[in-house]
Design a protein around this ligand. Structure first.
Ligand code: TRP
Ligand code: ZN
Ligand code: CA
Length: 441
């Protein structure tokens, strides 16, 4: 990095600088002020992030005999994967164990702290596959979408009116075993607190339809409002009512709703006119088959349904987004990222924080780039420990990395020099690291 470039950029941001600069790093310490309730704008869920979760579930299946079925090692690996992300994002997670067919099954339950405990908005997806294949549309798709929605709740540090809960169910494919177990073991007083149960099972079908469960009218209308805003017609879900994990909730009197993009039913000519795709063909020709892989996903359907989930969770829980309180350290000096070249870094010096860094360190990254898959992005703590934020991915052709990662840095003393390291690993596209920001909650 050229000193002249850094100095001129520094001049531009001098108004933000509070206190003395530590060394050459223009880190600013800005204790943030909570400004009260902000408008409830549901986030645009990144379909690239959802697809990364699907790629990870595919890898889990590949490494575990090709499936993620109840009682198989691929199921427990899927549970561990989801739970680790939720724990790092600040959720209170519970593994609920049950036994079925002589094997241990697991539900993952994740509670976002806060909200009225007497009004719970709960979203669930089954995490198990059939034994025939990796189960990426059925039901990696719902599992990945609610995972990314849960991470978005954490990034927004949402302070909703209602309490938000997520669940990943075991052994759905063997008869909704996990969700039935959860409902049957919930005290009736706790059951009565669930004001909405939203179910997402198969939402990225390769020849997609847009089906909204026609159960609770408020939930149904919430989803319809989202799709109407996109100009997309929906149909009521009719491909086997009660064939997924909302059924036990519905039977217990909980208001339910959900989304579905179709399984082995055949798309009609009218549906193909409305939604595109191929009439006379199943919504998902790989339903319960070995070809239900990461290739068995329609990205547009996955994207729209993921956004619809966040829209519904935000609206039904009536959140107010509060800017994260805490202490912010940032470096806003732009750094050019050389094409297929050496790594570049941006540093901030953290001071005045007692003890270790938090398990929910917020790492704000702002990079402009014309093919972000080229980039490997790491956080380096004062001890030299490297936390990978984003791996290289030759296929991720989207622009830019503008996001906030949550890092468990609790093994690390907070004070000292933290670096963001960015390396472009493939020829042609380049970009700029615009800013790097650490928020200590
Ligand atoms: N997981 C369900 C199953 O394997 C898929 C399914 C079929 C479904 N029909 C449905 C999910 C209707 C929701 C709604 O049977
Ligand atoms: Zn299934
Ligand atoms: Ca490049």
């Amino acid at each position: 990095m050229k000193l002249s470039a850094r100095l001129s950029a520094l001049a531009g941001v001098s108004a933000l600088v509070v206190g003395a600069l530590a060394g050459a790093a223009p880190a600013t310490a800005v204790p943030s002020t909570a400004s009260g309730a902000a408008a409830v704008t549901p986030p645009d869920i990144s379909v690239a992030n959802v697809k990364q979760h699907l790629a990870d579930l595919q890898t889990i299946a590949n490494n575990n005999g090709g499936n993620r079925a109840h009682g198989r090692t691929g199921y427990k690996a899927s549970v561990d994967f989801v739970k680790a992300k939720l724990d790092a994002a600040g959720y209170t997670t519970t593994l609920q164990q049950f036994t079925y067919n002589g094997a241990t099954g697991y539900n993952v339950i994740a509670d976002w702290p806060g909200g009225d405990p007497n009004q719970v908005v709960m979203s669930g997806s089954h995490l198990d596959s059939v034994t025939a294949g990796p189960g990426i549309n059925d039901n990696g798709s719902g599992s990945a979408a609610i995972l990314e929605t849960a991470l978005a709740v954490s990034r927004a540090q949402l302070q909703p009116t209602k309490h938000i809960r997520f669940a990943w169910w075991g052994a759905e494919e063997l008869g909704m075993v996990g969700s039935k177990y959860y409902v049957n073991n919930l005290a009736s007083t706790e059951r009565a607190k669930i004001s909405d149960y939203l179910n997402f099972d198969m939402i990225g079908s390769p020849n997609p339809g847009y089906f909204v469960y026609d159960d609770d009218p408020t939930i149904e209308q919430t989803f319809k409002n989202y799709f109407t805003g996109l100009g997309i017609v929906t149909e009521p879900e009719t491909e086997g009512d009660g064939r997924s994990d909302h059924a036990p909730f519905k039977n217990a009197g909980v208001p339910v709703g959900g989304l579905f993009s179709g399984a082995d039913y055949i798309k009609t000519a009218t549906q193909a006119q409305n939604w595109g795709g191929t009439s006379g063909q199943a919504f998902d020709r790989c339903y319960h088959a070995s070809c239900d892989t990461s290739a068995n996903i329609n990205d547009t359907a996955l994207d729209r349904n993921s956004d619809a989930i966040a829209y519904a969770v935000w609206n039904l829980a009536a959140g107010t987004t509060t800017p994260p309180t805490g202490t912010v350290f940032q470096n806003t000096t732009p750094v050019a990222i050389p094409d297929n070249g050496p790594a570049v870094t941006s540093s901030v010096t953290v001071s005045g924080i007692t003890g270790n860094a938090p398990s929910t360190l917020q790492v704000g990254v702002d990079i402009t780039h014309t093919w972000r898959g080229d980039l490997v992005v790491d956080l380096i703590g004062p001890s030299g420990t490297v936390y990978n934020l984003k791996p290289y991915s030759s296929s991720d052709s989207a622009d830019n990395v503008k996001t906030t990662y949550t890092v468990n840095a609790s093994a690390e003393v907070a004070n000292g020099v933290w670096k963001l390291r960015v390396q472009d690993k493939a020829t042609y596209d380049t970009g700029t690291l615009n800013s790097f920001k650490l928020t200590f909650p």
